[in-house]
Write a protein that binds this ligand. Structure first.
Ligand code: HEM
Length: 504
């Protein structure tokens, strides 16, 4: 018998009742695409090549054929659809999970090797696992934050309540999410329509979000205009770190690997918790704030003063160049050089703690300093912090219209479909949001909120250190430029777990 497509090969394997990862690997190596479904913006580290990833993963015994493709690749997707669903008929869904979804689920190796036209990943919420009858103490993933769901966590995250939330995220009805990514929206539409017709009434669509990298010169930049995805940690077994990039234990991102100290069921190994947040960005309002408050520094025009204020709020210029290395003006060459643009610690070279009073280079409150304080909490980072996440988000919504620019008011929703992977939500996303970004006393008393994502339940937010001419000056932000529209917590299982546990 001649098997032509990946799907045929895998269904054949399934008919034979053997769903081994080796079998999947063999099948996957049959197809190779000429162009990548991903885009690698200048300034982000290149993804590892096939050989590099193979060698690295072998060294630590990590099976990248079994890890779903979205977890380690970061913010490089051109188009992505988030399809949130409820399970209506569990036995029917389980059968189709095995025969229809599993053959299309894309592994890390497949993404690296360009062996897919549309990447498909799937992840389940706690209520989704219950619907699949993955219950009882032996199946407990032991992540309390995941177990209660994101709506119950809204208060901890600084959301005033769930009134700003997309209604479908309120409650625990969402059982799972399918992530489909490609270089054209047409490929996503075709794959999704096909899947939906095969899944029939076993599931129901609850909510869906279309997203896309911004066009032209803004590719890779989030809606406020800043290059995003530069500084993601890498894990042992995937890629060697570039200068300044965090190399974290594999188990900080992947469940059950070295560095994950929590007891997990065997089947959960090499899965990862997926935090999804729909974060609306008030871009015209953000731009107005910058235009109204330019840093008044000798040698800078008002426009440059406004750009400097924005850069100090983020900690990087729009090009990606860090303000710590380029404090007064943007340096696009630095921004696009991944060997230099992450190579700093906030301390003087050679010191492992930064000066607790000096925010001339970068405010303590800057978004990248709040969410990854580097030497502020001591080095080496893999010893002093287990609070790393791999970000895999992508913008959603249209570009700002001329009407919105002239009225300084958002009329059409746009923002970031924020995705973060980690092996422990309380140490990862929740910690970053709650204990760091929303905590005006972190990393020192009085530094204020993260001006980008810090949330104070809609109340005003003091922020310190933004003005380099007077770093003790306080700003009071009366607008949340990022508004949470809610989300959900999911578990993105390994491919063998889908085959051998979730679909049986
Ligand atoms: C709309 C919301 C957000 C925007 C516009 C935004 C924007 C950015 C930008 C421009 C960067 C710098 C580029 C880079 O290093 O990749 C960055 C870095 C980062 N962001 Fe966000 N972000 C948002 C939400 C979040 C959230 C919710 C978290 C976590 C709670 C987060 C955590 C991080 C981390 C960990 C880094 C890297 C810091 C480093 O390693 O230096 N971000 N973000």
């Amino acid at each position: 018998m001649k098997l032509n497509t990946l799907a045929q090969v895998i269904s054949f394997g399934l008919c034979a009742q053997i769903v081994s990862v080796a079998g999947l690997n063999e099948a996957r190596s049959l197809e190779r695409r000429k162009t990548s479904i991903l885009f690698n913006p200048q300034g982000l580290p290149q993804l590892p090549g096939l050989q590099e990833a193979t060698n690295a993963s072998r060294q630590v015994g990590l099976n990248l054929d079994d890890v779903q493709g979205d977890i380690l690749i970061g913010m490089r997707k051109l188009f992505e659809r988030f399809f949130f669903f409820g399970i209506l008929n569990a036995p029917d869904f389980k059968a189709k999970l095995k025969t229809e979804i599993l053959p299309l689920v894309t592994s890390t190796m497949q993404v690296i090797a360009n062996e897919t036209d549309t990447m498909l990943n799937i992840a389940f919420s706690q209520t989704g696992l219950v619907a699949l009858n993955i219950t009882g103490p032996t199946n407990d993933l032991n992540d309390a934050v995941f177990a209660k769901g994101q709506a119950m966590d809204a208060f901890n995250l600084g959301d005033p309540n769930t009134t700003n939330w997309v209604p479908e995220f309120v409650g625990t009805n969402i059982h799972g999410v399918m992530l489909l990514a490609s270089d054209t929206e047409a490929s996503i539409n075709t794959t999704l329509a096909d899947l939906q017709s095969k899944l029939g009434n076993s599931i129901t669509e609850i909510y869906s979000l279309r997203t896309a990298m911004r066009p032209n010169e803004n590719r890779g930049h989030e809606h406020f205009g800043f290059l995003d995805g530069i500084s993601n940690p890498t894990v042992g077994g995937f890629q060697d770190p570039l200068p300044g990039q965090a190399l974290v234990p594999t188990g900080e991102i992947l469940v059950g690997e070295t560095g994950d100290s929590v007891t997990r069921p065997e089947w959960a190994k090499d899965g990862s918790f997926l935090v999804f947040r729909q974060l609306k960005q008030l871009v015209p309002e953000f731009n107005k704030f910058l235009a109204d408050n330019p840093i008044n520094e000798p040698g800078l025009t008002p426009e440059q003063g406004s750009e400097l204020l924005g850069a100090r709020m983020v900690g990087r210029w729009k090009s990606g160049a860090p303000v710590f290395l380029s404090p007064k003006f943007d340096d696009p060459d630095l921004g696009k050089d991944p060997t230099r643009n992450n190579n700093f610690t906030f301390a003087e070279p050679g010191q492992n703690i930064s000066d607790p009073t000096d925010q001339s280079g970068c405010p303590f409150s800057a978004h990248i300093r709040k969410t990854r304080p580097r030497a502020d909490i001591g080095l080496p980072e893999n010893v002093t912090s287990n609070h790393h996440i791999v970000r895999a988000g992508i913008p959603y919504g249209p570009e700002v219209t001329t009407d919105e620019t002239s009225s300084n008011t958002t009329e059409i929703e746009r923002g970031l479909a924020f995705v973060a992977y980690q092996s422990n939500i309380a140490n990862g996303f929740q910690f970053l949001q709650h204990f760091w970004a929303n905590n005006p006393k972190f990393v020192h008393q009085g530094v204020g909120f993260d001006p980008i994502i810090g949330a104070n339940a809609s109340a005003e937010r003091p922020v310190n250190g933004l003005d380099p001419t007077n770093t003790t000056r306080n700003f009071t932000l009366t607008t949340d430029f990022v508004v949470s529209r809610g989300g959900e917590y999911f578990f993105s299982p390994s491919i063998s777990a889908i085959a051998n546990t979730l679909s049986v």
